[in-house]
Write a protein of this length. Structure first.
Length: 644
């Protein structure tokens, strides 16, 4: 077991946890929770031996094999499947020893060694290892065609998935996972839940996805006010335990009543409507749990709401007979011949002031493309996108974090937005997002991903939009901030379209679900449990199709194989140039981010340099995004030519 005795640890001289004494037993699945910056990742670093305790002891069995997800993945030439197989260190060592022994097969001792190695290979089920690795990759969203692609060809988010698959491939006794769902879509999250439930070792998991924690964990280890407290049961059980301690707080009744009223309103409106029946049932279940949930968040540091919109148009936004996609350069140019990829055709729907829509769909189905169309960042290649006269958009997407000025503070950003508002009023508003005191005036370049997300949301909310477009707004947010955002979204009168893999947020805020699939956007008849069933059926169909296909891996050039055409050569040459360019930009961006993290730059004497570095950072990010889009288009064109 893992044993803590009077453990205390800090990071950069700041105490995080003191006096922790507890035991974690083999086979437990432990969710590690707490506010951003409280010490969760530092605790995992302690377990990995990368951080040393200030006092006390942390003991774990010396023979345990430990696995964790690497933070970085170099641009390796290795095939993706081989990279994942490398996660089983013993398997790879046996393979190397076998190769060495077979080189000396005439030696009597070598023959004996070969027999022992094959015996051990059978004991660890090594002969089935490639099939296990392929199953892991399939579960995380990779196709058979991805297996032989070099690791260097994958984007950052997909390399994170490869790192996760590699960690799961390890036959570990202790598995450490830090926000494993951040780069996954709902399909992959549901698969990972099932995999972790069947994992035989001890799991310690950091996650801000409450549904994920509820399904996977058997215990919660909470870091709060510098103390570690162990709860038996999943996250909801932990909330109930905290609620008992906070039940006498006067603010509890108001918060609970507010959210309960919103849910009851939905139930009253849609209980008798057949198309909404399943979602109404989900809300009834949530209402029953309301007392258990809200009490646990009564002491949250976050308190904010959406300002009432100044007016509405009905409809807010009209999409009629729209063709949506990307031209040859990755840009939409209306009126020009279509040479690129069409994502949607004959798209037709209306967004009204009371629209509260959650978008469902697999990774790559086009949800983010649809959101860009709604936001006006992408114009239709054909058809109509018509805004209502009083439309005021509030659009949040991860790429908008790059628009924050790294050298400037949250207060500076607020003053730029509202130069005539009193500074104290702006400070009070920022305090609702936990930017208090010195933090309100600190350069945001040094903020964590969660802090930058909070600031971007604060700026967007302040504009009082009447149509909210939210593309994964909870990425990097901790559980308390997610709960505060959920309540704020329940109360706002603005229309809303939401893309999120946070099922609690979707259930609590969306009145209808739309499915994005096969180039169409259609109402989804069911709730999120039905969507999980839909995903399972879709995976089953894909497996059947793959079994019926010829072997997907492409062999090396063989005699009589069709030669590359001039068009294919040209595309490959451009693809290689694009890869080199992307690699160069990514290397420069990494150096730039390291430089921007240097506190010396923020001493106040290098404002011009900071502004230049921030502009260069933004330009590099835009160049990389555009180049990666072009690279994907090139490979789709190559695949189409090779299949002809």
């Amino acid at each position: 077991m893992i044993l803590l005795r009077d453990l205390g640890f800090s990071r950069n001289g700041d105490p995080l946890v003191t006096g922790a004494s507890l035991q974690l037993h083999p086979g437990w699945k432990v969710g590690l929770t707490g506010a951003n910056g409280c010490g969760k990742s530092s605790f995992l670093a302690l377990l990995r031996g990368e951080l040393h305790a200030d006092r006390g002891d942390l003991e774990r069995p010396p023979g345990w094999v430990m696995a964790h997800v690497a933070q970085d993945t170099p641009a390796l030439p290795d095939a993706a499947l081989e990279f994942v197989l490398d996660g089983d260190v013993e398997l790879r060592q046996i393979e190397r020893d076998l190769a060495a022994a077979e080189d000396h097969h005439d030696d009597h001792h070598a023959g004996e060694q070969i027999g022992l190695l094959h015996s051990r290979l059978g004991e660890i089920d090594g002969y089935a290892a490639p099939a296990r690795a392929a199953a892991l990759m399939h579960g995380l969203g990779f196709s058979d065609l991805d297996f032989q692609r070099p690791v260097a060809e994958f984007s950052g988010g997909w390399r994170v998935r490869l790192n996760l698959a590699r960690a799961l491939m390890c036959r570990s006794d202790l598995l450490l996972l830090d926000e494993p769902t951040n780069h996954l879509d709902l399909d992959a999250i549901l698969w990972l839940e099932d995999w972790l439930k069947s994992y035989q070792g001890t799991l310690i998991l950091i996650s801000h996805d409450r549904d994920f924690l509820d399904v996977v964990t058997t215990h919660i280890l909470a870091i709060e006010n510098g103390k570690l407290q162990l709860f038996t049961g999943n996250y909801s059980a932990c909330e109930r335990a905290r609620a008992e301690r906070l039940a006498n707080d006067l603010a509890l009744a108001a918060k609970q009543k507010r959210e309960a009223a919103h849910l009851q309103s939905y139930i009253d409106r849609f209980r008798a409507k057949a198309s909404k029946a399943r979602q109404a049932q989900s809300r009834i279940k949530m209402l029953a749990r309301m007392g258990e949930i809200q009490a646990a968040h009564v002491d949250t540091p976050f308190s904010f709401s959406f300002p009432e919109p100044s007016g509405f148009s009905d409809p807010l936004l009209l999409i009629d007979d729209a063709r949506v996609g990307y031209g040859e350069t990755g840009l939409c140019i209306p009126g020009t011949p279509l040479r690129g990829q069409v994502i949607f055709d004959k798209l037709r729907f209306t967004l009204r002031p009371d629209s509260r829509i959650g978008l469902l769909g697999r990774n790559g189905a086009g949800k983010s493309t649809l959101m860009k169309l709604l936001a006006g960042e992408l114009q239709p290649l054909a058809g109509v996108r018509e805004e209502g006269r009083n439309l005021k958009l509030g659009y949040f997407a991860q790429h908008q974090l790059e628009q924050l000025r790294p050298a400037e503070s949250p207060l500076w950003h607020m003053i730029k937005l509202e130069p005539r508002t009193r500074e104290q009023d702006l400070r009070n508003y920022l305090g609702g997002f936990d930017f208090r005191g010195d933090m309100a005036a600190a350069p945001c370049g040094r903020f964590s991903g969660g802090e930058k997300t909070r600031l971007a949301l604060a700026l967007m909310i302040r504009t009082a939009p009447n149509l909210l477009l939210l593309d994964e707004p909870t990425n990097h947010l901790d559980l308390e901030m997610r709960e505060a955002l959920t309540i704020a979204l329940q109360e706002t009168e603005a229309g809303m379209v939401l893309v999120s893999h946070d099922r609690h947020l979707l259930r609590a805020t969306c009145d209808e679900l739309w499915l994005v699939a096969d180039g169409k956007v259609v109402p989804f008849d069911g709730d999120l449990d039905d969507y999980a069933d839909w995903l399972a059926k879709a995976r089953g169909v894909e497996k059947t199709v793959e079994r019926d296909k010829a072997p997907p891996s492409k062999p090396a050039a063989a005699p009589g194989q069709k030669k590359a055409t001039p068009a294919t050569k040209k595309l490959k040459q451009e693809s290689e140039r694009m890869e080199q360019q992307i690699a160069g930009w990514q290397a420069e961006l990494k150096l730039l981010e390291t430089r921007l993290a240097d506190p010396v730059l923020y001493a106040g004497t290098q404002a011009t340099l900071l502004a230049d570095l921030g502009q260069r950072q933004s330009l590099l990010t835009q160049n990389i995004d555009a180049a990666e889009s072009r690279w994907l288009e090139l490979h789709e064109q190559l695949e189409a030519l090779e299949e002809e």
